[in-house]
Design a protein. Structure first.
Length: 205
């Protein structure tokens, strides 16, 4: 899927404004520049950033629209997916996005993009294990196994909260191997960018 088609979906089906699309373009330019020096994303996906990374991240927004969201935490933000994309969507500060990333190199990149795009609804934090995380929604993409994510939820994130976890084709196998506990429930949705990938929606009471 080419850039123009992805932008059409972002605008018409998810609700990105013209100004937020422009910020996504600037974000992509920064990412490609940084990726020449540091391996933020696979070089093999540089030509498909709009589809493989931006749209894949942006689909999470459809699960936030009907919720009462003030604070979002992105665990293991990496190059800014999905948290930075969500923050750009929320440029008018409908909600605040916290990016958690342990790599100093990646945090420097995220900080550079934040300043360049004047994202006032964004804050950058270190390791997810270093502090209590306060958020209504927790999102993550290409982070850790579900068992470890649920452990972080139990031990580091204030309750109640909800989670949106982007996973690959083994999502069901992963979640079958863990004990959710009585305060946890989940459902699975299909990804719009990959027929095999899944979105796990977890509610924590």
């Amino acid at each position: 899927m080419d850039e123009l088609k992805v932008i059409e979906i972002l605008e018409e089906k998810i609700g990105f404004s013209k100004s937020s699309i422009q910020k996504l373009k600037e974000f992509k330019t920064c990412l490609l520049k940084y990726n020449k020096r540091y391996n933020l994303i696979s070089k093999n996906t540089e030509n498909s950033i709009w589809f493989r990374h931006i749209l894949d991240s942006a689909q999470i927004i459809n699960f936030l629209k009907d919720e009462n969201v003030n604070e979002i935490a992105d665990l293991g933000s990496g190059a800014g997916f999905p948290g930075l994309v969500i923050a750009i969507f929320s440029e008018n500060a409908e909600f605040h996005v916290k990016l958690y990333e342990k790599s100093p190199v990646k945090r420097n990149f995220l900080d550079e993009v934040k300043n360049k795009l004047s994202l006032k609804n964004l804050s950058i934090h270190k390791n997810v294990y270093d502090e209590e995380i306060i958020a209504d929604f927790v999102v993550c993409r290409a982070f850790k196994k579900i068992g470890e994510i649920l452990k972080i939820s139990r031990e580091n994130i204030k309750k109640p909260h909800k989670m949106v976890i982007l996973k690959g084709k083994n999502a069901q196998l992963e979640i079958n191997k863990v004990s959710l506990g009585k305060n946890y429930s989940y459902k699975m949705e299909n990804s719009i960018t990959n027929d095999d990938s899944k979105i796990i929606l977890v509610e924590v009471k």
